[in-house]
Write a protein that binds this ligand. Sequence first.
Ligand code: SF4
Ligand SMILES: [Zn+2]
Ligand SMILES: [Zn+2]
Length: 317
Amino acid sequence: MQRCSCGKRAVYFQKHSGQKLCKGCFIDSLEKKVRRTISKHKMFQRNNRIAYALSGGKDSVALLHILQKIERQFQNTEMIAVTIDEGVANYREDAIAIAKENTKQLGIEHEINSFRDIYGASLDQIIETADMQSGKRLVACTYCGVLRRKALNIVARNLNADVIVTAHNLDDIAQTILINLIRGDVWRLGRDLSSSKVIDSRMIPRVKPAREIPEKELTLYAYYRGLNYHGGSCPYSVEALRGDIRNFLTLMEAKRPSSLLSLLRASEKISKTLQLQSSQPINLGSCEYCNEPTQRQLCKACELLGNLNLLGENEPL
Ligand code: SF4
Ligand SMILES: [Zn+2]
Ligand SMILES: [Zn+2]
């Protein structure tokens, strides 16, 4: 029988490190890795107010429990869970119920806001309008991503948060790196991975403490700790390019463990070089419609909703 270095029965072989780990050591190793990532990238300070983006899925539930353990040791840090309800029928309701259960169990304040509250329309309504206008199914994730990003920033700012924490894992980040490269969007690499040079107090900085943890390990963490998470998948989750890249990276990781981590490291270096090259901070103006920070006349969210004639549905925020 394979043994962990502590003598107990090993339950997990970590291919990229070559370590065999028992359940307890596996849990410890993940929690330590998150703690190390937070200090390495100085993600937050001891007295920060943290807005934690909680969807109720496995990654966000697992990281919530890890952060809650870490937060207990920093008495001046405060964490508030924020759930954005996009309004996807037969999907989001269950995830929200599970998110609520978790925050209740951990005694964490929980704020839930919906697209309908913020934009006057649910994602289902937005997609229905978009489909009717174009006559073909559009990629819902494009709308969802832009609108959720803006919503999260607004909610976190209203909560006086110093930082927004999201549960993106190593797989998510490696996929995004490749998507940006394939689209030729090198500048986005810098923006996605570093604390950008945007100087605008209306934009709350975002950090990803699980960026070095493979998706498989976060799932195992949730399983070994017996956490309750939402396992369903969004009916709109059919972004073809990301699906192809996910399959490709799974194959690469199986053939050559550490591929994902190598991609992350390479893109951190690119990101640093890009930052050195452009030392000018980015100044943001205000969207003509909603007044939110943007470099354009209309922010991306207002542009998308405006194209669907949905801007008049709600008052500017
Ligand atoms: S799969 Fe796409 S549409 Fe569904 S919640 Fe995720 S980003 Fe939004
Ligand atoms: Zn052990
Ligand atoms: Zn706007």
